[in-house]
Design a protein around this ligand. Structure first.
Ligand SMILES: [Zn+2]
Length: 84
């Protein structure tokens, strides 16, 4: 997949790339792996760096996954159910 290669390249040379397991999603209970570097994770987790600054190579939905574990699709489904 092209996007995964891009992530790999962008994290290269900036710490060890790791697969981070997210929290279980509130809605579907599934966990997911997100690829990031240990250095970036430490910046975000311990130094208070904003998620978008610590992981510029992650998409908005991947950042959301990292914070809450909630899939953007599950959010969408949930909000649509609420509306009805
Ligand atoms: Zn989900």
């Amino acid at each position: 997949m092209a996007r995964q290669n891009q992530v790999k390249d962008m994290t290269k040379g900036n710490g060890t790339a790791v697969e981070m397991l997210t929290k279980p999603c509130l809605f579907c209970g599934m966990q997911q792996f997100i690829r990031l570097t240990e250095d970036d994770f430490k910046k975000w987790a311990y130094e208070g760096v904003y998620v978008q600054d610590a992981f510029p190579y992650l998409s908005a939905s991947e950042r959301e996954l990292l914070i809450s574990g909630i899939h953007s699709q599950c959010w969408r489904d949930h909000l649509e159910t609420e509306k009805e």
